[in-house]
Design a protein around this ligand. Structure first.
Ligand SMILES: *Cc1c(COP(=O)(O)O)cnc(C)c1O
Length: 383
């Protein structure tokens, strides 16, 4: 430590943090040190699906603390058994592996696919984002994130999304897994066509490759169904989740079919913290809250309303509006970043998704009145 280091410079400069110092939150609002309230349509990058200070999360953390168990290790039986059962009961999967982030979930899914398939190839798509670790980064279509760290994991290809000929060439007899986000998030909020997903499903079956849906951002209620794939009617072999899973505590998971799980034996993969009792018991209550039919119905209703309002934005700067549920992207005809700053000055937090897209991923508990306030600020800012 040098004499000149301060609290701000002691943090590694990999994040460009901006704005006020936030010290509290309530519902869909973040509250700054000076008391100013901000409508938060970023929600911790899709993590805070239940908003801030939600009684379900507070109660779950308090009950978990009362047991005295924060961590026990995966050497012994604890809480994640109930969470795994809950997730299995809600979808296609037979088994679950718990880890600590979205990237970790995708890395695990790649390992599981390679072990099951006995071959190395992994195919991903343009516009996709799967994380910042070596294999998940290799599957992520952001050259500027990748290049400084090459060589990444070999045998991972990125194919133009929607290009059937290129996809047929890339998915070969040596392909273990194909990974895709049913609604791409970081790449600009692109809902992927259901017929494309169905076609991929057939191609994966024909080549004996595992189809992985990365629902780290679009899953767990965000698009108006518990899993995004339900709307496409196409079922994966593995599915990864993370962001909102444990209400802001770090947790990721891989959901998988038994056929793949059967290829994995003790020692094949592990993580010290994965599925600890505190995080898993909080996630159990978060998952139940996010799967509640009334919540999902309100996400669909509010999402339709929001989509219609955004499509009608009276601005020449808007090129197109895309989304599903409470996950929307506004593609502009110019760089999006300046508008993030202008919205923040007026009390609305929004994110970008790529250079020209403004992304709205509010808490799923956001009210219609709050959405109206947010849209009014966007109208002003984009005018
Ligand atoms: C955020 C994200 C990840 C990476 O999750 P981390 O928890 O940041 O590692 C992976 N896939 C998608 C679709 C994401 O949005």
């Amino acid at each position: 430590m040098t004499a000149t280091s301060t609290a701000a410079t002691a943090l590694l400069g990999v994040y460009a943090r901006v704005g006020p110092l936030f010290t509290a939150g309530e519902g869909a609002e973040l509250i700054a040190e000076d008391g100013t309230r901000y409508l938060d349509f970023v929600a911790g990058i899709g993590v805070n699906a239940l908003g801030y200070n939600h009684p379900v999360i507070r109660g779950a953390i308090e009950r978990a603390l009362a047991t005295g168990l924060i961590h026990v290790s995966n050497l012994y039986r604890t809480e994640p058994e109930r969470l795994a059962e809950e997730l299995v009961n809600r979808g296609f999967a037979d088994q679950v592996f718990f880890c600590n982030s979205g990237a970790e979930a995708n890395e695990a899914a790649f390992k599981f696919a390679r072990k099951w398939a006995g071959k190395p190839g992994i195919v991903a798509f343009s516009g996709g984002f799967h994380g910042r670790l070596f294999a998940s980064l290799a599957a992520t279509d952001r050259p500027e994130y990748r290049q400084p760290f090459e060589p990444l994991v070999p045998e991972i290809a990125i194919v133009p999304l929607g290009d059937r000929a290129a996809t047929e060439r890339a998915i070969t007899g040596a392909t273990a897994a194909v990974i895709i986000e049913p609604v791409q998030g970081e790449g600009g909020v692109h809902p992927v066509d259901s017929t494309w997903l169905a076609w991929l499903r057939e191609l994966c079956d024909a080549r004996r490759a595992a189809l992985i849906f990365d629902e780290v951002q679009c899953g767990l209620g965000r698009t108006g169904t518990f899993f995004a794939y339900e709307q496409a009617g196409v079922v994966p072999d593995m599915l990864t989740i993370a962001k909102p899973l444990a209400g802001g505590l770090p947790m990721g998971a891989v959901l998988l079919k038994e056929a793949i799980g059967a290829a994995l034996a003790p020692g094949d993969h592990a993580t010290t913290f994965g599925g600890g009792p505190l995080v898993a018991s909080v996630a159990l209550e978060v998952v139940r809250a996010l799967a509640a039919p009334e919540l999902l119905a309100s996400v669909r209703r509010n999402g339709e309303w929001l989509g219609a309002r955004l499509a009608a934005l009276p601005s020449r700067r808007v090129r197109s509006v895309r989304g599903r549920g409470l996950m929307w992207g506004i593609e502009l005809t110019e760089p999006a970043a300046p508008f993030v700053g202008l919205a923040r000055e007026r009390g609305l937090l929004v994110a970008t998704a790529g250079p020209r897209v403004l992304r709205l991923i509010p808490p799923l508990v956001v009210t219609r009145e709050e959405l109206e306030r947010g849209v009014a600020i966007l109208e002003e800012v984009l005018a």
